[in-house]
Design a protein around this ligand. Structure first.
Ligand code: 3UK
Length: 527
């Protein structure tokens, strides 16, 4: 086989992938479109401009060259704290082109989070959008050791200025389908985030296995994801899915709100839209008084947290469109269990996509009886290889033979649809983004009047989970007026914005184990 090619046999029940011995995924996702005559078609559109596939391919080479010129070598990590813009894609694929490992980071994090990730990854470079300088630059100042190369994306001396302007021809770094390609950081309930190491093949395999049965993207589609590129969900939606089929993507760095999404949909007329349940709920509320033109949409996807069936119904009522809920994860690359158009069952995550396998098991890893609740394991060729430098957590999650312990509990209903029953750890998903209860509790305990705190997820009126805090005061006999507002401000100031508790309860003590660990399951049960 020609280097950097893949043969995808779609004749059987599930696609079968055969990769060339030498395989770098950037050729398939970027340059192939020129060979297939799509050079003049649009790859990206934004409020300020557009990029064709020919321009995209040229810029990926230029940005790859700029990374090389900055002294980065194959295998070294490039941390990206970058807003949604075409340069994100130039950096990501420019790095892969040259064998550098791109690591997109959540742009909503705080200095301490960034410092940890810069140190943990042993990265050689950090590139960041200037709007995140306030959190990233102090992290760089504190980090030890320091990355050798740092640059803002925009502005004087920024990365965009270092990129050669003329066409460059650059050798594609020889890699293999199972070699390290990119990382994403994934949060855990205990301990710090984990660098999740993905292979060259993962993003391509996942794109084919998920999107072909669910939305069958063609080069005539226009995609729009409210979830940003830094999130594994958005990374597929706005980058790997369209680039796999030569489709067009709308990018915006604006905060996703109902108004923003409606404006973008009316202006750019996307055919496929990706959101999270929290946003769909807000959009449904906005649709009670507004009537935006959503007629361009043919598919609406939901993921990141469980989709409550009332929101599925409201969206259908208001727009006539069926929400397609599917469960994916950073470790799985993207969605592996999904509903299908024409076969969407509200209140479930759907069925296993062909090419993936799923098991629901008990604590010993034995399959539970049909219909029983257990832990969800999935298997497929897009599952991450390992966590960076965390052999114990790798062993507990990547079980070998491409099996992944998702950390979720599920059961199958009588028709085989997978029904989400919560996490098997204490982690909370808020608007599709992780919150560790321990992190929120630690912040609360930092307050001078707080003795201890227990945080759990609780459903709001829409059935969406938000953090709820149970707080024990140092002086249980005095509850100063305004303390709740004070704690709220304290949390908002010290945590990523979405992590603040929506409810506070002042209690005399917290349920604990004999060894003093908070029993969050008892708090959840309302004890
Ligand atoms: C939860 C869901 C119920 C579940 C993601 C789509 O969310 C993504 O990745 P993360 O690593 O989190 C994974 C965890 O989130 N979850 C996600 N989707 C659903 N729970 N129903 C759902 N539909 O706990 C899972 O283990 O942040 C989502 C595509 C790519 C992704 N990375």
């Amino acid at each position: 086989m020609e280097p950097n090619t893949v043969n995808i046999d779609r004749s059987g029940a599930a696609p079968v992938f055969t990769f060339a011995d030498s395989f770098n995924v950037s050729t398939y996702m970027i340059d192939r479109h020129l060979d297939e005559g799509r050079g003049e078609r649009l790859a990206y559109v934004t409020d300020s401009g557009q990029v064709t596939y020919a321009e995209l391919a040229a810029r990926v080479n230029c940005w790859g060259q700029a990374l090389r010129d900055a002294g980065l070598a194959p295998g070294e990590r490039l941390m990206m704290v970058v807003r949604d813009c075409p340069e994100f894609v130039y950096l990501f694929y420019g790095a892969i082109r040259t064998g550098i490992i791109p690591v997109p980071l959540n742009t909503l994090l705080r200095t301490a989070d960034y410092r940890y990730m810069f140190e943990d990854s042993g990265c050689s470079a950090v590139v960041y959008s200037q709007e995140f300088a306030g959190e990233v630059e102090p992290a760089l100042a504190e980090a030890s050791p320091k990355p050798a190369f740092t640059a803002r994306l925009e502005g004087p001396g920024g990365m965009a200025e270092r990129v050669p302007s003329g066409p460059v021809s650059i050798e594609t770094h020889p890699s293999t389908a199972s070699a390290d390609c990119f990382w994403l950081y994934s949060s855990g309930s205990t301990g710090r985030p984990k660098g999740t190491v993905h292979r060259q093949r993962d993003l391509l395999v996942n794109t084919v296995l998920y999107t072909e049965p669910v939305m069958d993207i063609t080069e005539d589609d226009i995609l729009f994801s409210a979830a940003k590129l830094f999130f594994a969900y958005g990374l597929g939606n706005s980058m790997n899915f369209p680039l796999c089929y030569g489709a067009c993507t709308v990018l915006s760095d604006e905060r996703p709100t109902p108004e923003m999404t409606f404006r973008i949909i009316e202006k750019f007329r996307p055919t496929i839209y990706f959101g999270v349940p929290t946003l769909y709920a807000a959009q449904c509320r906005a649709l009670e008084t507004e009537t935006p033109d959503l007629s361009s949409l043919r598919a609406c996807i939901s993921a990141g947290e469980a989709l409550p069936s009332p929101i599925f119904r409201r969206w259908k009522e208001k727009t006539g469109l069926t929400l397609i809920d599917g469960i994916g994860s950073t470790e799985g690359t993207h969605i592996f269990i999904s509903n299908l158009p024409g076969d969407a069952r509200p209140g479930t995550s759907g069925k296993v996509l062909p090419g993936y396998e799923a098991r629901i098991v008990d604590e010993d890893g034995t399959d539970v009886a049909e219909g029983d609740v257990g832990r969800l394991w999935i298997r497929g060729e897009s599952v991450a290889a390992r966590y960076w430098n965390q052999p114990e957590r790798t062993a507990a999650t990547m079980l070998g033979d491409d099996w992944l312990n998702t950390g979720d509990t599920y059961q199958q209903d009588e028709n085989g649809y997978f029904v989400y029953c919560g996490r098997s750890d204490d982690m909370i998903k808020v608007g599709g983004i992780w919150c560790s209860p321990i992190e929120i509790e630690s912040r609360l305990i930092d307050h001078p009047l707080v003795l201890e705190a227990g945080v759990v997820g609780r459903e709001d009126d829409d059935g969406l989970v938000k953090p709820e805090a149970h707080v024990v005061l140092k002086d249980p006999n005095s509850l100063p007026p305004g303390l709740e507002d004070d704690l709220l401000e304290h949390c908002k100031a010290g945590l990523a914005r979405y992590k603040y508790p929506r409810w506070f309860h002042f209690v005399d003590d917290l349920p604990k184990t004999a060894t003093g660990k908070i029993q969050r399951f008892r708090l959840r049960a309302g004890e």
